[in-house]
Design a protein around this ligand. Structure first.
Ligand code: 6PG
Length: 242
């Protein structure tokens, strides 16, 4: 079941995503005493993270929130491209979250080792399959999500939860290896929220939501039962035939 919620712009989308994040967090903490969330990287979630920080430490029982990532670049945590660094600056430091509950992917390590280490940590905390409470997903203009890029090896992986995925894409700034959860790992999550904004995403969003199923070309199609929070620019081709 796919739900699409449309918003005027990124700010409105992010405000709704912040409300949703807090509601899901409160429900998870009430039910199980903890809220495990898989964060996405890139730029779209920055506004959401800043809004959560602005709401302050009492908006959610942050001492019961465990932060994980759906993917990471093969860079150090201090690198400008690090998903962890973006989150640290926008959310972790402003709320002074306890680093013991922040589980970053060690992008500074050799990618296969980083992926194996992360899979061990995820399974140790969440079991097999690793069931988290919320996965925040972004989507690139090529239809990738996390670091599941079109036609990349990770798309065929049915035995791991976390892999090193060699990609060669202009969207990924050329040839690199990313560390990413596999689609089956993301699909083990209790709730999935895509946050997609910007007109550059409109063709891919149309293809993913309304086009023929082709998970290799549009990996975001591999993620099931998601709620999509999209702005009008990204949604501008929905309901069209082209
Ligand atoms: C990453 C993300 C990736 C991102 C999309 C969209 O590591 O880059 O996890 O999947 O969500 O590329 O990125 P933007 O939000 O910057 O458009």
């Amino acid at each position: 079941m796919v739900e699409v919620r449309r918003f005027a712009d990124l700010d409105a989308l992010s405000r709704a995503a912040a409300d949703d994040f807090i509601a899901l967090g409160k429900a998870a903490i009430a039910a199980r005493g903890v809220f495990h969330v898989l964060l996405s990287g890139g730029s779209t979630p920055k506004r959401l993270f800043s809004l959560l920080a602005d709401r302050g430490p009492t908006a959610l029982a942050w001492d019961k929130v465990e932060l994980w990532w759906g993917d990471e670049r093969s860079v150090a945590p201090t690198d400008a491209d690090s998903n962890y660094r973006m989150t640290r600056e926008a959310l972790i430091e402003p709320l002074q979250l306890d680093e013991r509950r922040v589980h970053r992917i060690a992008g500074e390590l050799e990618p296969t080792k980083a992926a194996a280490d992360y899979q061990r940590a995820l399974v140790a905390a969440l079991g097999q399959p690793p069931v988290s409470d919320l996965a925040l997903q972004g989507m690139g203009p090529d239809g990738h999500t996390a670091s599941l890029f079109p036609h990349s090896p990770a798309l065929d992986d049915t035995t791991h939860w976390v892999v090193a995925n060699p990609v060669d894409s202009p969207v990924a700034k050329g040839k690199t290896t990313r560390i990413t959860l596999t689609a089956r790992a993301i699909n083990a999550t209790r709730a999935v929220r895509f946050l997609v904004a910007g007109g550059d995403k409109a063709p891919a969003l149309h293809a993913v939501l309304e086009g023929p199923r082709d998970g290799k070309a549009f990996p975001a199609q591999l993620i099931d039962n998601a709620t999509w929070l999209v702005d009008e620019a990204a949604a501008s081709k929905l309901g069209t035939t082209r």
